[in-house]
Write a protein that binds this ligand. Structure first.
Ligand code: ADQ
Length: 469
């Protein structure tokens, strides 16, 4: 079996007892793949160094080898806070109004990708599979190729891929996309993002795409495909049955004195549509005074990317909006929105999901959205809650039995909340049963096996019946 080299912006090194419970499903899944393939996980330590040295900090924890480098303050500003989070992240989430086009960011991005390439190079052996993750590292594969790496290399993009007309607003967009075509496999979350990518390479680069979605580029064949990511179903359902989850469930239920609970769990990010969600809930309260005190929205949103101005802005906006809605609808013993700015261990989160009658997952744009899947997995199948899901989340392509909403429409969100609160048990069970099949079967283990098999050239997807036209 080939070794696996996973490369991502950050590496999850935590291994101490208890820390595993706080990790995301992605870290858990990648670690199990790394254990199986005797691999190495390479990336930035998250630490700053006054001057870049390329020193590799190698650690072995929990059967997984990690290798990390520290970055200079200028690298962090231009690559991470700059090009990754102020240019590509908003652009890939269709927010050209928030996208900053600064040439220094682009240069910093290339410099750090080059530093990643130089640092990881000595770790790569001839038969290794190289799996690069996300928008931080799009050109890394081409830089490794330039250094003579001929290994099979794949890229998985966790975010959406924007429509061609938006992408062309990025200076040097063609250079960026051309660099991606040095990978052997490029994975997207959904066919929608895949189609946007294929549209770009055909219309802007004049490349031919085969019926199997392979792109002929400089005499090589690059396979582009959708690999929808899932949650670690086994790990999550185990967490949901723990004593810690039960306690969290009971604590939340008791605290609302019989009101229905709506739950939102998101990183504090403008792509998650939190402001629109609060407005939709506010509209529900205004439209249904008879029901008003019967529903509480618990929004858990730990701050993220606090060094970027647009993230400070959203935090202020949400605090204002919460105050406004609570001011208008609270009573002495009732507050409609509980807005909590911190993270919780996964078991407690699972307990909160299970206690909630509605999972309110309304991003304006999201590559996939794992919270929607976690909400479904945590429900009691005998008496499940209802998932309200944005039609603009990648997850909507799989979770068709959720109540799909347009998060921009406060009226639609308000009406859908009412519909969900009044949904009869039989219909809730029927919908949940179907949702659960998808969440259980298309889990993160299947996702990574599918990607790694495709990268290895195994499976029918890599034995195309049709050559590029
Ligand atoms: P994110 O934008 O971070 O991920 P998401 O898919 O929802 O979004 O994953 C968030 C994860 O963080 C979930 O597992 C959730 O439980 C956890 N989390 C969020 N808030 C938390 C809190 N307060 N306490 C504890 N845990 C919390 C990116 C893309 C997504 C894509 C994923 C995976 O933006 O579209 O689904 O990667 O590919």
């Amino acid at each position: 079996m080939s070794r696996l080299i996973v490369i991502s912006n950050r590496v999850s090194v935590a291994s101490a007892a208890g820390a595993a419970g706080a990790q995301g499903g992605l870290a858990v899944a990648l670690k199990s793949a790394l254990r199986e393939h005797r691999g190495i996980w390479f990336g930035w330590s998250g630490q700053e160094t006054p001057e870049f040295t390329g020193h590799l900090d190698m650690q072995r924890n929990d059967g997984v080898t990690t290798a990390t480098i520290d970055l200079e303050p200028q690298d962090i500003d231009e690559y991470y806070n700059g090009y990754a989070n102020r240019t590509l992240w908003p652009l890939f989430h269709y927010r050209i109004d928030l996208t900053e086009y600064d040439r220094n960011f682009g240069e910093g991005y290339e410099r750090v990708n080059e530093r990643f390439a130089t640092s990881v190079l000595p770790l790569i052996e001839p038969d290794d599979l190289v799996w690069v993750h996300d928008y931080h590292l799009l050109p890394l594969g081409s830089m490794l190729r330039a250094k003579g790496v001929n290994n099979r290399m794949g890229l998985f993009l966790h975010t959406p891929w924007p429509p061609t007309r938006l992408l062309t607003s990025l200076p040097m967009h063609e250079r960026l996309v051309a660099s991606m075509l040095e990978y052997d496999v490029i994975g997207f979350q959904t066919t929608e993002w895949l189609e946007s990518f294929l549209h770009y390479v055909q219309k802007e680069m004049g490349l031919k795409v085969g019926l199997d979605n392979s792109i002929l580029y400089k005499g090589r064949r690059v396979l582009a495909r959708a690999f929808p990511i899932g949650i670690d179903y086994a790990e999550f359902t185990e967490a949901a049955q723990s004593e810690e989850a039960k306690e969290a469930h009971d604590r939340l239920k008791l605290s609302v004195h019989g009101s229905k609970i709506l739950i939102g769990v998101d990183r504090l990010d403008y792509s998650k549509g939190l402001g629109e969600r609060f407005s939709g809930f506010g509209r529900f309260l205004a439209d249904n005074p008879d029901l008003a005190e019967s529903a509480v929205l618990l929004q858990i949103a730990p701050p993220s990317r606090g060094d970027v101005a647009s993230y400070q802005q959203i935090r202020e906006d949400l605090e204002r909006k919460t105050g406004h809605i609570n001011g208008a609808h609270a009573d002495v013993a009732f507050v409609p929105i509980r807005y909590v700015n911190r993270g919780f261990p996964r078991a407690q989160l699972a307990g909160f999901y299970r206690a909630a009658d509605i999972g309110l997952v309304t991003p304006l744009r999201d590559g996939m959205n794992l919270v929607a899947k976690e909400y479904v997995a945590a429900q009691d199948p005998e008496n499940p809650g209802v998932l309200i899901l944005s039609q603009f989340a990648g997850a909507a392509m799989q979770l068709k039995d959720a109540l799909l909403v347009n998060p921009h429409s406060v009226e639609h969100v308000s009406e859908t909340i009412k519909l969900a609160l009044e949904m009869p048990l039989a219909q809730r069970r029927k919908r949940h049963e179907k949702l659960l099949v998808s969440v259980r079967d298309d889990d993160v283990v299947r996702w990574r096996e599918d990607f790694v098999n495709t990268l290895q050239g195994k499976g029918k997807t890599t034995q195309p019946q049709h050559q590029a036209a």
